[in-house]
Write a protein that binds this ligand. Structure first.
Ligand code: DGL
Length: 276
């Protein structure tokens, strides 16, 4: 029997495991939805790659999820959302939701001074995707962007409370602090894990925006409006696929997700890149 559209899972992809912070938010917002996750761990990071490569990889990631018969795709990766979202939406019929619009709108709701900071990977910041989105909605806002590339390896290393992390965060964030921003968008999958460090350096009075959390509400609203929300009372199920499994993968993944992962399935790049 054909599965009704609303009972199909949501597909989520990321360049690696960082997107599990977004799955965590989706799961708390939409507990009855099932999720198929794909993390391109063999080719991570996307944040230091060219636009051409990020688009090519993102297309393959999305195709993989479409082959898993998902009803909607969430691009958890901010880098892919910044660079590849329109290419994905133009190429596939399925609804595809990224991080940038949701994070930008949430920041605009929160700011009082009209000074918003954005942090993300080099590719996200170079793309100016957040600035463009925010200024499209309100051109009087002042947006200040700063790439924080070392935050990704620091979180993967588990240095969440390490003095080196505080030193690096101070170096990255001091400029934004001096600019008196009142809202800061965590424009990268990994940064919610560093929220304590960022808060301490930037100051408690700056509102931190988790783009994954903002996007989860957008997904919920979309499913509701399109009558695609899973209305069963059962808890959703989760399937995790990656393109490479490193020795400490499970430990890091569970730290990002904040729950246990029962089974992890590996997809060879050979298969991924040949999917139709
Ligand atoms: N997932 C990426 C992002 O949110 C961070 C890791 C990477 O550079 O691929 O931008």
């Amino acid at each position: 029997m054909k599965t009704l559209e609303k009972y199909k899972p949501i597909g989520v992809f990321d360049s690696g495991i960082g997107g599990l912070t977004v799955v965590k938010k989706l799961a708390s917002c939409l507990p009855n939805e099932s999720i198929v996750y794909f993390g391109d761990t063999a080719r991570v990071p996307y944040g230091s790659k060219s636009n051409f490569t990020v688009i090519e990889y993102s297309m393959e990631d999305a195709r993989f999820l479409i082959n898993k018969d998902v009803k909607l795709i969430v691009v958890a990766c901010n880098t892919a959302s910044s660079i590849a979202l329109s290419a994905l939406q133009n190429n596939f019929d399925i609804p595809i939701i990224g991080m940038i619009e949701a994070g930008s709108r949430r920041a605009l709701e929160k700011t009082r001074s009209g000074k918003i900071g954005i942090i993300g990977t080099s590719a996200t910041i170079n793309s100016k995707a957040y600035s463009k989105e925010i200024l499209k909605i309100d051109n009087k806002i002042k947006v200040f962007e700063k790439a924080c590339p070392l935050f990704v390896p620091l979180t993967e290393e588990g240095w969440l409370d390490h003095k080196a992390t505080y030193l690096i965060a101070e170096e990255y964030l001091k400029e934004l602090r001096e600019l008196n921003i009142d809202t800061l968008v965590l424009g990268c999958t990994h940064y919610p894990v560093l929220i304590r460090v960022v808060k301490e350096i930037i100051g408690n009075d700056v509102e931190l925006i988790d783009s994954g959390s903002a996007a989860s509400y957008v997904v919920e609203k979309y499913l509701q409006e399109k009558n695609l929300k899973n209305d069963t009372k059962n808890e959703g199920t989760y399937e995790y696929y990656v393109s490479d499994i490193s020795p400490n993968f499970k430990e890091i993944a569970e730290r990002f997700l904040d729950r246990k992962i029962d089974e992890l399935k590996k997809i060879d790049l050979d298969i991924l890149t040949k999917l139709k």
